[in-house]
Unconditional design. Structure first.
Length: 297
């Protein structure tokens, strides 16, 4: 089996836990996941199966979307409801107040990684230091928030939900915490569902029970999505028979002889003469060559 198996990650499982459980169900070791989810989060976790594991680190689309529930008037050490609440505020906040600050958290912005995160500082994971009660200086990182909408909000309970579309490395609970700080009352995340990742949605996902049943009924292949789905946003570059043979052997091809090359477009998904997906490549217009990217087969 080679391809993508999308899992609807249950709460209290780490992304590694999901891969470990699937190794038992599928009875194979070559598995990897695309995009870590915190244990308390649920939702879309693409799992790469077999040869597809080579694509884990070259996904061209790192866009993710989330639905995050929150509560204002509280600050916790983990920026969510599962941490230790350290501050409380009874400040009243209206829907209009929240919508007024939302634009400040859209586009390319700088975000300070939370202490309870997998970010490494001097070779140590921040969450390992946080569990020892150690807080260290962190450097803000640029993130991109494509869309941020207030889906619902109750001004009495000061609870609501946000819909977020963002790029790689974005901490949703930090966005909520920063919004709370901006409003002068604090804020914590109370639940998080990843609704899409790398072009895959909840509709593509399966539970452990569904995967187990498919294995028992010997129809696991029905759940495996083709690796091409990961690269479908890249322009397609189709090779002839001789070109396919040369490309698979690592030969740089003359882009002037490739019919699908587009002026100014560098990245491509490469398909062999038989229509099968091979991998990725980049066109170097200065040298006139097609550079081999990462081949999957």
């Amino acid at each position: 089996m080679n391809g993508i198996l999308c899992v609807n990650k249950p709460q209290d499982f780490t992304s590694f836990d999901v891969v470990a459980k699937l190794r038992g169900i599928l009875q194979m070791k070559r598995l990897g996941h695309g995009g870590t989810l915190d244990p308390m989060a649920t939702g879309v976790l693409p799992v790469f199966v077999g040869n597809a594991t080579k694509a884990c680190d070259i996904m061209p689309d790192n866009t993710k979307s989330y639905r995050a529930a929150f509560r204002l008037g509280a600050v916790s050490d983990t920026q969510d409801v599962w941490g230790e609440v350290r501050e409380l505020s009874d400040k009243a906040v209206s829907r209009e107040d929240i919508e007024a600050v939302i634009p400040d958290f859209m586009g390319k912005i700088m975000q300070l990684p939370p202490m309870y995160s997998a970010v490494q500082v001097n070779g140590q994971r921040l969450y390992d230091l946080a569990r020892q009660g150690i807080e260290v200086e962190r450097q803000p990182r640029e993130i991109e928030v494509e869309s941020l909408m207030l889906e619902s909000y109750d001004s009495v309970s000061r609870q609501g939900a946000l819909s977020i579309v963002c790029g790689k490395g974005t901490y949703i609970r930090t966005i909520i915490s920063d919004i709370g700080d901006k409003l002068g009352c604090g804020g914590i995340m109370t639940s998080l569902v990843r609704t899409s990742s790398g072009g895959f949605t909840l509709d593509d996902c399966h539970s452990f029970e569904e995967i187990q049943q498919a294995r028992d009924e010997e129809r696991l292949e029905e759940l495996i999505l083709p690796i091409e789905r990961v690269f479908e946003k890249l322009p397609k570059l189709r090779l002839g028979e001789a070109q396919t043979r040369m490309y698979r052997n690592g030969v740089k091809l003359d882009i002037s002889k490739l019919r699908d090359i587009r002026s100014g477009v560098e990245q491509y998904g490469v398909y062999g003469f038989d229509g099968g997906f091979i991998g990725t490549a980049s066109a170097n217009f200065e040298t006139g060559e097609l550079r081999v990217g990462k081949n999957l087969g």
